[in-house]
Design a protein around this ligand. Structure first.
Ligand SMILES: NC(=O)c1ccc[n+]([C@@H]2O[C@H](COP(=O)([O-])OP(=O)(O)OC[C@H]3O[C@@H](n4cnc5c(N)ncnc54)[C@H](O)[C@@H]3O)[C@@H](O)[C@H]2O)c1
Ligand SMILES: C[N+](C)(C)CC=O
Length: 495
């Protein structure tokens, strides 16, 4: 098998360490690729290449329309190679091919969105209080950006960082998750084909505690943008103090989905399932905390269980499959421990809470879709991000109680409210401490709207105009057109 390489200063090269890593299909543990394993010296070389391209290259000073045209080309190439990219994403993550195809459309949409707004953010004229002067704000690139991404949405999360960083005129070094690098490698090939100049984009492959740590600690990096777990986020935040680099953190979630008795029952059931079981629950915004009004609780749980019984699990490449495997053996064990602890704490298993018995699934990291009832807010299974196909059900009887339960979390990424009473929904939304709240929908995101967390789900925003501003510095410039002396200093006769 050919070794897949890192991309530094416009060259596809092996790492200095000469180490490699096998990339595994989580459906059957088959080795699907071998990639070079970068080390700190590679990360340093990549940072130096990005620094040189920023300080001496044409990218930061090209017009934003020129950069936008290249980013537009990247969007076109992603659509051209959509099937190959979707295939690689499913091979590497286990998610269904259909989900990977949706992701690729979303990703092309992200590059397209930033290409479209590249030259629409030209700064601002300020009404200056100084006579005979002009005051304006211009936007400039931040500089050298380190970008670190997780394994659950490898290319989607990468696109949220790459596209705005590029149109803003930055240079960058990306480190994808070491277990899911395949679509990011392919996209670097496409960005090269689209004409991104040498040194502007650099790709290092390898573990977080060496390569990722170098990006966060290195004083030549001006900004670190991270998507991943809270504990890693805290480590990165501490490392970034080395040179007070700018930090953007997109961390985990433990997202409430409030179902009022007056919701459209069938749609709320359907969307509560969608809210959790896509990609086997390995979604930061999965609506795993389902909070149901007491009067419909039993009926709602029964309806969920009836549907869950029919969920087809299997290979992401099989057209009938609705849910694929978990990402790894370690992650499967983590999800099993998380559920077992919940049961020890008093949760009741309505369905699932085990691995499938089907002989065809024994080679993969599968876990049955699970519903736990009798859950209370003090249980670890309600408080911790399990990142698996697991719903916990809590009950409420008043609007205030629903909001209190929803907010009882260290996280604040997203949440949902289901009711036909829109005034009630809006009262709840106003009190819900989350970066995104859906009314009568769940897990909707698109390039035009900002995405990010309250509380320990992180800070900074990706997507939308704010997602571009994360990669820009604002410079205020004042031009005095008729300078005059102030005659303040050094006059012996001044009163
Ligand atoms: N908020 C969002 O938009 C969003 C989106 C996707 C995933 N997530 C979160 O990501 C998590 C799952 O992803 P994961 O398991 O890959 O997370 P993780 O924190 O284990 O790893 C994420 C990335 O950080 C790197 N890393 C690990 N240790 C590091 C260190 N010391 N320094 C620098 N980099 C380091 C990893 O190699 C990987 O590339 C979940 O918590 C999920 O909610 C959040
Ligand atoms: C942000 N999102 C929903 C695309 C992926 C979260 O894991």
């Amino acid at each position: 098998m050919d070794i897949k390489k890192q991309y530094i200063n416009g060259e596809w090269i092996l790492s200095n360490s000469n180490q490699t890593r096998e990339i595994m299909n989580p459906f059957n543990k088959e080795v699907v690729a071998v990639v070079t394993e970068s080390d700190r010296t590679d990360a340093k070389a990549a940072i130096q290449a990005a620094r040189d391209a920023f300080d001496h290259g044409e990218w930061p000073t090209m017009t934003s329309a020129e950069r936008g045209a290249i980013v537009q080309k990247i969007a076109e190439l992603i659509l051209r190679d959509k099937e190959e990219l979707a295939y690689l994403e499913t091979l590497d993550t286990g998610k269904t091919l259909e989900e990977s195809r949706w992701d690729m459309d979303d990703i092309a949409g992200v590059f397209q969105y930033y290409a479209d707004i590249a030259d629409k953010n030209g700064g601002e004229i300020i009404d200056s209080p100084i006579p005979n002067s002009e005051s304006k704000v211009v936007y400039e690139p931040v500089g050298i950006c380190g970008q670190i991404t997780p394994w659950n949405y490898p290319l989607l999360q990468a696109s949220w960082k790459l596209a705005p960083a590029l149109v803003a005129g930055n240079t960058l070094i990306m480190k994808p998750s070491e277990i899911t690098p395949l679509t990011t490698i392919k996209t670097f090939e496409l960005m090269e084909e689209a004409g991104v100049p040498k040194g502007v984009i650099n790709l290092v492959l390898g573990p977080g505690n060496t390569v990722g740590a170098e990006l966060s600690e290195n004083t030549d990096v001006d900004l670190i943008s991270f998507t991943g777990g809270i504990e890693t986020g805290k480590t990165i935040m501490r490392a970034a103090t080395s040179n007070v680099k700018k930090v953007a953190l997109e961390l985990g979630g433990k997202n409430p989905n409030i179902i009022f008795a007056d919701a459209d029952f069938d749609i709320a059931v359907d969307q509560a399932l969608n809210g959790v079981f896509f990609h086997a629950g390995q979604v930061c915004s999965a609506g795993t905390r389902v909070i149901v009004e007491e009067s419909i609780h039993d009926e709602f749980v029964k309806a969920l269980v009836d549907r869950v019984k029919n969920i087809k699990i299997g290979s992401g490449f099989d057209e009938d499959t609705e849910m694929g495997p978990l990402i790894s053996k370690e992650h499967l064990q983590k999800v099993m421990d998380y559920v077992n602890k919940g049961i020890e704490e008093g949760a009741t298993v309505a369905i699932g809470a085990k691995q499938p018995e089907d002989a065809a699934l024994q080679d993969g990291f599968f876990y049955m879709p699970t519903i736990l009832t009798d859950c209370t807010t003090d249980m670890s299974v309600v408080q911790n991000e399990g990142f698996g196909p697991v719903i916990t059900i809590e009950k409420f009887s008043t609007e205030e109680e629903a909001i209190k339960l929803a907010n009882d979390s260290i996280y604040g990424l997203s949440g949902g409210v289901w009711t036909k009473d829109i005034a009630k929904a809006e009262r709840c939304v106003a009190k819900m401490r989350m970066g995104t709240v859906w009314i009568n929908d769940f897990n909707i995101y698109f390039p035009h709207a900002p995405w990010g967390g309250y509380k320990q789900s992180g800070f900074g925003r990706e997507l939308g105009k704010t997602g571009l501003e994360e990669y820009q510095e604002q410079k205020h410039i004042l031009l005095n057109k008729q300078p005059e002396p102030s005659n303040w200093f050094g006059f012996s006769d001044k009163k």
